[in-house]
Design a protein around this ligand. Sequence first.
Ligand code: ASP
Length: 343
Amino acid sequence: MLFRSRRQFLKASSLGLSLLAVDRSALARRLAPSNPAPASPIVISTWDFGIPANQAAWKILSQGGRALDAVEAGARVPEADLNNHSVGRAGYPDRDGHVTLDACIMDEKGNCGAVAALENIDHPISVARLVMEKTPHVFLAGEGAMQFALENGFKKTKLLTPDSEKAWREWLKEAKYKPTINVENKLYQPVDKLPGNKLNHDTIGMIALDAKGNLAGACTTSGMAFKLHGRVGDSPIIGAGLYIDNEVGGATSTGVGEEVIRNVGSFLVVELMRQGYTPEAACKAAVQRIIDKKPAKAKEIQVGFLALNKKGEYGAYAIQGGFSYAVCHAQKQDLLIKSKSSY
Ligand code: ASP
């Protein structure tokens, strides 16, 4: 830059200094202490049901096992839990009565696999891993995903349990569902008005850092209860429901998937961590992005992000209160933390 006078030069440099000062304070905010980093290995996952899931992952991590194996084993726990109506078998069905499952997995090398709208197969996370390891593809959906699973030794399983069917029939009465009537907006009732909100949706998103310092993540769900048939949320979408970058960290999400997809939420969290944000600050900024774009709608819905960085520091943030996450490392295997929230 050319300065025509000394005065002009001084003016420009003092402006530069004040910009620098602003930048410094922004940087300090981002670098504010996060949760202390316990030595790896460590595994974190969404919601209270993350505790038993983490414990399964911990069996592998504590013996020097690979983060990828740990997150798969961990995610399988809520998938198999018949009392869990938002993940795997016993998940609530869509509005037509079909249980359709979404899942994805990502390893330390950036490999990933995903399945969406998968029916009759009880461990979608393991099918996602096979897509990653046995095919040149990333994502299989619907019939094709089921066919692939059956060809690879999975058994057809009835996913709709009596409890889930009962809940669906109750919902049908209230929704007065007819195929011609659009009831999708019922999915987005204000969080505090949803009957048994915790059970209507909730995904397990899990991120692990193993003893070798490698990261992996898994995300699995039955999605929004009573969703439109064919609806796929954020959970199986790499970058939305889950993202891992072995140089930086990993992130996962839960809540209204459409808003997470629109903002490529988990990728955003990881990219913010790359810029120096702590895991919690990165999750908070991603939540704020959603709120800023649609303030009125954001007040009514829940989205939560959870992140772990390469140093083993973790953090979370949600639009609404009530989002919990589970942490497991050498000092404590069943830590449950309530995330901070915007409202
Ligand atoms: N994110 C999931 C979905 O939109 C649901 C949830 O985690 O609550 O399908």
